[in-house]
Design a protein around this ligand. Structure first.
Ligand code: G4P
Length: 534
């Protein structure tokens, strides 16, 4: 269990100002728009529309990205850093589609909090729920943004009830909307007794803020029409009586979420949300590791790889390992210890992801995400330190739910297929199993869409058309136990045995019954659906 009391120790100011978080949402709820407004307020872009424009330019470069665009989903994650109000925000993007849930899970190991965006008319949707569950596995603090209040939305109480009931989390209103749809004029800031008024004329303009002395302040009537004011007073009174008040500890424990109501496209409510992340969002948190956890206040540098992205530039076979710094002050050129291989690594070209650009990272602090270009030495789950043999834990690999055989369209190029598959396995994009008997590979994924993305990436990045064929197997389990017991098991089950890209033994089957039987017949062995990445 992670001991978070570490945070009681004062952190160096550079670390204490870091806020590292992700946004989770159902497609179309407004994640991209909100990200764009964050960057706008963070001064990282000058004009709304740039994120999309850059995205578009990048996408036209490849069919893979075209596919992403056609489907209206985001399959690749990235990190963005920007400053706001004295804080340094590190925003890590998560794929919204559930077929990439494993990637999302790992991304969430690199953040300290998540923002859940929901559409005010639709409430909690299927992806919201799935991604929320992933956050819950890690007890991540969650801030909720109820978007699109400028459109017809549900009643405020109904939205709050739905979140409480569907997600089993306490909800406390940080703001209360005034009017809805065409009548939406702004919100009442419940935490600071302020009236926030939305400017409809200019979508990029910040809201006008009016300081008021509670709901009886006569100033309110100057800005809010009488019928809306009456409703607001009634609702806020009810909310205060019926809903829990903001409790920072409950929020940090992940059992309470504050909710803001706004409209990302109109830049409304965004600044309050950012003030919320900065003001009471968690500071960089300790990281679970073996043999001891890593505290952000520690002087020496430690970090771990939570994502590897290969071929970001198809012209170069480069890979970028995304590293979350868990402690210390990193400076460019540092020689770090690569714990898995026990070898030193000079980090000469680390990159920071400022808005949509990559930039050399001269320095970074605990909480930051840096990219380290490499030729394959860095894998998901790897730890880098200043010498200590410490290994970050809690970055699992999940057994795939769908298995298929893969064949090269051109048999002459089968060797390239080996290489491509190894690369995607290390990137975490798929599980690749080499059966003991027969030729070829079995590829495993969580969602069908991953097969399609994989096929188009292999064709695009390696010039190799491939096809997937049904496999006789439907489940894969890693085999753990004493070496001789595993050997004996392997020899008597060759037709079901494969090895993953790390050389670990995997049992393939189509029957749950088989799995139960083996656990009974081989009591020394354990079959597992997850494996720690290292
Ligand atoms: P996503 O990343 O979560 O998938 O959502 P995205 O930001 O792309 O937003 C989805 C759609 O919702 C976009 O419209 C966007 O303009 C719209 N939207 C976002 N925030 C608000 C809001 O506060 N109010 C209203 N009314 N709409 C909002 P689109 O038509 O799909 O794209 P576009 O043509 O506007 O770019």
């Amino acid at each position: 269990m992670l001991d978070r009391s570490h945070n009681a120790a004062p952190l160096p100011p550079e670390i204490a100002r870091r806020r590292t978080f992700a946004i989770i949402s159902h497609p179309d709820a407004g994640k991209t728009t909100l990200t764009e407004k964050f960057l706008l307020y963070g001064g990282a872009i000058q004009m709304a529309g740039q994120v999309r424009a850059k995205g578009e330019a990048r996408r036209t470069r490849s069919d893979f990205m075209q596919m992403e665009k056609d489907r209206g989903i985001s399959v690749s994650a990235s990190a963005m850093s920007f400053d706001y109000g004295g804080w340094r925000f590190n925003l890590v993007d998560t794929p919204g589609h559930s077929d990439f849930s494993e990637d999302t899970y790992r991304t969430l190991t690199a953040v300290d909090a998540a923002i859940m965006v929901i559409d005010g008319a639709k409430g909690v949707e299927s992806q919201t729920r799935k991604l929320f569950e992933v956050c819950r596995l890690r007890d991540l603090p969650i801030l909720t943004f109820c978007n699109k209040m400028d459109r017809e939305s549900r009643e405020t109480f109904e939205i709050i009830d739905e979140i409480q009931e569907n997600l089993a989390i306490d909800v406390t209103p940080a703001s209360w909307p005034i009017g809805v749809g065409r009548d939406f004029i702004g919100s009442y800031d419940m935490l600071n007794d302020r009236l926030e008024l939305m400017a409809r004329a200019d979508r990029n303009k910040r809201a006008e803020s009016v300081k008021i002395a509670g709901l009886d302040d006569p100033k309110l009537a100057e800005h809010v029409p009488p019928q809306l004011l009456e409703k607001l007073r009634e609702e806020v009174e009810m909310a205060r009586a019926l809903l829990p008040a903001f409790d920072r500890q409950a929020f940090l424990d992940g059992t309470m979420t504050p909710i803001w109501f706004g409209s990302a496209i109109n830049s409304f409510g965004v600044k309050d949300l950012m003030d919320g992340i900065g003001g009471f969002g968690p500071l960089p948190q300790p990281q679970s590791a073996e043999p001891r956890q890593i505290g952000p206040e520690e002087k020496t540098v430690a970090g771990f790889v939570f994502k590897v992205q290969a071929n970001m530039d198809p012209k170069h076979r480069d890979r970028v390992a995304f590293v979350r710094l868990a402690s210390g002050h990193f400076e460019r050129g540092m020689k770090l210890h690569h714990v898995r291989s026990k070898k030193p690594m000079a980090i000469t070209n680390p990159v920071l992801f400022l808005a949509a650009d990559r930039e050399l990272a001269e320095e970074a602090w605990a909480g930051d995400i840096i990219g380290i270009p490499n030729h394959g030495q860095l894998r998901i789950g790897d730890t880098l330190t200043e010498g200590e043999a410490i290994r970050v834990t809690g970055i699992p690999s999940f057994a795939p739910e769908l298995l298929q055989n893969i064949r090269a369209g051109d048999p002459m190029k089968a060797k390239h297929l080996d290489k491509a598959l190894m690369q995607f396995a290390e990137e975490g994009a798929a599980k690749v199993f080499k059966p003991m008997i027969g030729s070829g590979f079995v590829v495993g994924v969580v969602g069908q869409l991953q097969f399609e993305v994989l096929a188009s990436r292999i064709e695009l990045e390696y010039g190799l058309p491939v096809r997937f064929e049904p496999s006789q197997f439907t489940s894969a389990r890693w085999v753990h136990g004493p070496k001789d017991a595993i050997e004996k098991f392997v020899n008597s089950n060759k037709g079901h045995i494969a090895h993953d890209n790390d050389g670990d033994v995997v049992y393939l089957t189509r029957l749950q019954w088989d799995i139960d039987r083996i656990e009974r017949d081989f009591p020394d062995l354990r079959l597992s659906a997850t494996k720690e990445m290292q």
